[in-house]
Design a protein around this ligand. Structure first.
Ligand SMILES: [Zn+2]
Length: 76
């Protein structure tokens, strides 16, 4: 199995150059901000229902308290 394509054939669209100030909840999208314990980055995976892609946003200076710890796609 290739790393970039999962069992459902979804492709990951990783945009690591995009750094936004703070995540905002948007209706119709699943919203999860996680902390990667390997590279200590705060990131969010957005699952787009229509395009069937997963976009990863990374955040600087985001409070890490209470965040779920899970390796990001780069550290998996
Ligand atoms: Zn990482």
């Amino acid at each position: 199995m290739k790393e970039r394509i999962n069992d459902w054939g979804l492709t990951y669209n990783i945009d690591s150059s995009t750094v936004r100030k703070a995540p905002q909840k948007q209706e119709g999208e699943r919203f999860t901000v996680k902390l990667c314990p390997s590279c200590h980055c705060v990131y969010e995976n957005r699952h787009h229902q229509y395009k069937k892609t997963i976009t990863t946003n990374r955040y600087k200076d985001f409070p890490t308290i209470g965040l779920k710890r899970e390796n990001c796609l780069k550290c998996k």
